[in-house]
Write a new protein. Structure first.
Length: 95
């Protein structure tokens, strides 16, 4: 999967429980996370969207660009055609 995620969010933004929305009382909203730094400024692609949907639905988060920013925000693939971030480290959040 050549997932290009750009800087799109891997968690549901602003999903706090609201008195006006009929949400199950056991629903646990996503905690806001630090913005990822992604040196790959390519547009979000279908595989990237799939990876982000997976993260949002399972509680996994992309570590690239969030920890040890000098290292984790580096390109993971290089060719004569350019560089990209296609290798991702994921971590499951506590529920």
């Amino acid at each position: 999967m050549n997932a290009r995620t750009s800087e799109a969010s891997d968690f549901i933004v602003d999903d706090e429980i609201d008195d006006f929305l009929p949400i199950d009382e056991n629903y646990q909203s996503d905690l806001p996370l630090e913005t990822r730094i992604n040196p790959d400024n390519s547009a979000l692609n279908t595989s990237g969207s799939s990876l982000l949907k997976f993260c949002k639905s399972t509680g996994y988060r992309i570590l690239n660009g969030r920890i040890d920013k000098d290292f984790s925000s580096s390109f993971t693939y290089s060719t004569n055609n350019g560089n990209s971030v296609v290798d991702y480290a994921l971590l499951k959040t506590d529920s």
